[in-house]
Design a protein around this ligand. Structure first.
Ligand code: IPD
Length: 279
C-alpha cells in the first residue's frame, strides 16, 4: 500500500546515503590514517566512520526533528541502544571498518528505519563498488533499481555459505567460544558445504544472501546496526528476522536454514533489548 510519508523518509535517506558515499569513496582513495580501537584491539573506528555517522544523523534530524537514532559510533560514545515506537534510524556508518582500514572494497553504509519497532526500510550502499541495495516494507528488494531474490538452494551440499569467526567475541566469551566457532566450521565442511566465504561485513554478507549469490550466512555477536538495514533487504528478498537477537542465521530457503542450523552448535547470546521478531 502506498505510504507517502514513508516514501519521503526513504527518499531523504537515499539522498543522505549518496552524500555519505562520496565522503567514504574520497577517503578510500587516500592512504589510511587515524585508526583507533574501541572495545578491543580488533574493534576499529576511523575519522570517516565518525564523520559519516554525523553527516547522516545531522541530515536526517534536520528533516525529521522528532525521529530517533541508534548509531554504532554514538553507542560507542556512551549512548543507550533504545528502540521505542518512534521512527528510529539504525545506522552503521561503515559496516566492514576493518576492510575499510585495509582498503578492501567490501563495505556498506547501512541505514535502517524502524517504526513501532518494526523495520520499514533499509539501505546498504557500497560506495566503492557502487552497489546500492534497498528495500521498503512490502515493495521488494532491489540492487541499483533492479529486483533481487534469495537463492533456491535447499541442501547444504549445494550451498556456498558465509561465516565469520567474529573474533571480537574472544574478549567476552573466551576460548571455549573460539573452540566452538572452529568446530562449527569443521561441521559445515563435514556436512559437505560447497564453499565458505567471509566478506568482513555482516551487511555485505546479508545482501549477498538477498541477491542469491550466497545461499546462507551465520554469525554470532552482531549488533542491530550491523544488520538492521540488510535485514530489511533480506526480508523483502524472502527471509524472517530477529533484529535485536545478536545472531544471524539466514538462508535462501527454510530447508537450507534448518540443515545449517542443525549442523551447528549454537552460542547463546544476550539480546540487545526485547527480541523483535520480524516476519
Ligand atoms: C563488523 C562487521 C564484521 C562483523 C563484526 C562487526 P563494523 O562491523 O560487520 O563483519 O564480524 O561483528 O562488528 O565494526 O565494521 O561496523
Amino acid at each position: 500500500m502506498a505510504n507517502p510519508t514513508e516514501d519521503h523518509f526513504f527518499k531523504v535517506a537515499l539522498r543522505m546515503v549518496d552524500r555519505a558515499g562520496t565522503l567514504v569513496r574520497d577517503a578510500f582513495e587516500q592512504p589510511t590514517s587515524n585508526v583507533e580501537t574501541k572495545s578491543s584491539n580488533t574493534d576499529l573506528v576511523t575519522e570517516t566512520d565518525k564523520a559519516v555517522e554525523e553527516l547522516l544523523i545531522r541530515g536526517l534530524s534536520k528533516e525529521f526533528p522528532d525521529h530517533k537514532f541508534i548509531g554504532e559510533e554514538s553507542v560507542s560514545g556512551g549512548q543507550k541502544v533504545e528502540l521505542t515506537d518512534a521512527p528510529t534510524w539504525i545506522i552503521d556508518p561503515i559496516d566492514g571498518t576493518t576492510n575499510f582500514v585495509h582498503r578492501i572494497p567490501l563495505i556498506g553504509i547501512c541505514v535502517g528505519l524502524a517504526i513501532k519497532k518494526q523495520l520499514r526500510a533499509g539501505i546498504v550502499y557500497n560506495p566503492i563498488t557502487r552497489e546500492l541495495f534497498s528495500a521498503q516494507k512490502g515493495k521488494g528488494a532491489f540492487k541499483n533499481g533492479f529486483p533481487i531474490h534469495v537463492s533456491k538452494t535447499e541442501e547444504l551440499n549445494k550451498a556456498v555459505i558465509c561465516t565469520s569467526l567474529g573474533i571480537h567475541n574472544l574478549k567476552t566469551l573466551g576460548e571455549p567460544w573460539l573452540d566452538n566457532a572452529l568446530a562449527n566450521q569443521k561441521k559445515t565442511v563435514l556436512a559437505g558445504v560447497r564453499g565458505h566465504r567471509a566478506f568482513g561485513s555482516a551487511a555485505i554478507n546479508m545482501v549477498y544472501v538477498a541477491q542469491g549469490s550466497i545461499d546462507a550466512y551465520v554469525e554470532y555477536g552482531l549488533h542491530c546496526w550491523d544488520i538492521a538495514a540488510a535485514a530489511m533487504i533480506l526480508k523483502e528478498a524472502g527471509k524472517p528476522f530477529n533484529l535485536m537477537g545478536r545472531t544471524v542465521l539466514c538462508a535462501g530457503t527454510p530447508s537450507l536454514a534448518k540443515e545449517l542450523s542443525s549442523a551447528l552448535t549454537h552460542v547463546e547470546m544476550e539480546t540487545e533489548g526485547d527480541a523483535i521478531q520480524e516476519d
